[in-house]
Design a protein around this ligand. Structure first.
Ligand code: ZN
Length: 126
């Protein structure tokens, strides 16, 4: 079984748009980060500003990590479309529900494997 070409084309377009959105957001985060500002003076007398910059740097860094993760998922999904393996669960090799893919087009596992995976991760984190 394979997904109809039309559906795949639609998903691919969505992913490509998503990818350029993510790249744009990443660029704007980099430009907002006070630590990446070359004009920033190191001998900042006001420690208040310093602390503020630090916390906004942490916040931006967390956001950047999340966006990069999303970007990786989008790239993986695009690669899987090109390799004709899109929509196949990485674990049990069965096809992922189209409803699930509609909600999360970058899903790599079917609902039941994802649930198992989460339970294992939860167990491992205990
Ligand atoms: Zn599965």
């Amino acid at each position: 079984m394979k997904y109809p070409k039309q559906i795949l084309e639609g998903i691919k377009n969505y992913l490509l748009t998503e990818r350029s959105n993510l790249n744009q957001k990443l660029l704007s985060i980099k430009s907002q980060d006070p630590f990446s500002d070359p004009e920033r003076t190191n001998d900042n007398a006001a420690s208040d500003t310093e602390a503020q910059e630090e916390s906004s740097h942490d916040r931006l860094e967390a956001l950047e990590k999340e966006l990069q993760l999303n970007l990786r998922e989008v790239n993986q999904a695009l690669e899987r479309i090109d390799k004709d393996s899109y929509g196949k669960c990485l674990s049990c090799k069965s096809f992922i529900d189209t409803e699930r893919l509609a909600v999360k087009p970058t899903a790599l596992y079917c609902v039941s494997c994802e649930a198992k995976k989460n339970t294992n991760e939860y167990k491992n984190s205990l």
